[in-house]
Design a protein around this ligand. Structure first.
Ligand SMILES: *Cc1c(COP(=O)(O)O)cnc(C)c1O
Length: 362
């Protein structure tokens, strides 16, 4: 395969079987628990060719070595294990992790659990304040970032934070779910490990759960591989096959979703039923706060007909959700904040549905 291909062509081309007469054009779904002895693969908890096709593609896109995990949370748990000793879950007591005050609520929940178990000490920071993040890294083992954050859409100065982390010997991990490697490549910006909820944009069709880590170095890749094998945090072959199939159109889906999001943001900012619009300037996630508080936010969830009232994001279908309905969501997220994930439907249909629902609820 030519190595000078653009990202769009890479999405279409990578992860295919060798170009040979009679070969299939796409990878097979390998459904097996084990392999005949004396080959490269022995037991399917440590390897599967369908995973490899997906991993090769995502690794190239993010500029590191990728591993598929059972879900985004499994990948995040694996990345946090890097503060300890390789494949073991045990960590030296008091190990410090710096994390966003508004991280994805599963990540926040996992960090809180590890903290209450005494396994970690968490320093929560406002990621928009670079000096606060850098200060918190003194004596820390790992800095965990999301940018933009879910659902407050705060943006961190990633190159500055990663550079300071490296200077202090602090491992850096970045959740790149919202941006995808098409909008942001954290390893190029200096991150050690990228994590993804492949469930969202990468697979893109709201039909599976899958996660991934991408490591900048072979050493980190080996440690994450050991963790995955020992913890059995592995995906099913079908999930990785579907995810790779979804990724073939990632550039087209994202282009449409981002263009529609920009149109909707413009109109929402002038809408009489909207108090505040949060949008980091790119991507397809928007957070709105309707006039009239929780009641209006709940009414909006019930009044939409095209938008799906559901948790999750990054699919072809537009979804919205009042995030504070989850008990784990930080209390500093406004109670009436509604997160919109713009899909690839016609933007005028999306606008009409949203506008009608907002007017009905206000
Ligand atoms: C959904 C999500 C996760 C968790 O991923 P799962 O695949 O649901 O386990 C992690 N980070 C972000 C930013 C997410 O949106």
């Amino acid at each position: 395969m030519p190595s000078d291909l653009s990202v769009d062509s890479q999405l279409v081309t990578l992860g295919r079987p060798p170009r040979e007469p009679g070969a299939p054009v796409g990878p097979a779904v390998e459904l097996t628990s084990t392999y005949l002895a004396d080959g490269e693969l022995s037991y399917a908890r440590s390897g599967n060719p369908t995973w490899s096709a997906f991993e090769e593609t995502l690794g190239c896109l993010e500029g590191g070595r990728a591993l598929a995990f059972a879900s985004g949370m499994a990948a995040i748990a694996a990345s946090l294990s890097l503060t300890g000793h390789g494949g073991s879950a045990s960590r030296p007591p008091g190990t410090v992790v710096v994390a966003p005050q508004h991280a994805y609520n599963g990540t926040g929940g996992l960090l809180a659990q590890l903290e209450s178990d005494g396994a970690l000490q968490v320093r929560r920071v406002d990621v928009t304040r670079t000096s606060e993040v850098v200060q918190a890294m003194d004596g820390a083992a790992l800095v965990y970032l999301e940018s933009p954050t879910n659902p407050m859409l705060e943006v961190a100065d990633l190159p500055a934070v990663f550079e300071q982390a490296r200077a202090r010997g602090v491992l850096s991990v970045c959740d790149n779910t919202f941006s995808t490697p098409l909008l942001q490549r954290p390893i190029e910006l200096g991150a050690d490990v990228v994590v993804h909820s492949v469930t969202k944009y990468l697979s893109g069709h709201s039909d599976l759960l899958l996660g991934a880590t991408i490591a900048a170095s072979d050493d980190l890749h080996e440690r994450l591989t050991t963790y995955r094998t020992l913890h059995g945090a592995i995906p099913g072959p079908m999930e990785t096959w579907l995810a790779l199939r979804g990724m073939r159109t990632l550039h087209l889906r994202l282009q449409r979703a981002c263009a529609s999001a920009a149109v909707l943001v413009d109109r929402l900012q002038q809408h009489p039923a909207i108090e505040r619009v949060r949008y980091p300037g790119r991507g397809a996630i928007i957070a709105i706060e309707p006039v009239g508080g929780i009641a209006s936010a709940k009414a909006l969830e019930h009044a939409v007909r095209l938008w799906l009232p559901a948790t999750s994001l990054g699919g072809v279908e537009s979804m919205l959700e009042r995030r504070r309905r989850h008990p784990l969501e930080p209390k500093s997220v406004p109670e009436h904040l509604v997160r919109l994930s713009v899909g690839i439907e016609d933007v005028e249909d999306l606008w009409r549905d949203l506008d009608t629902a907002l007017r009905a609820g206000s």
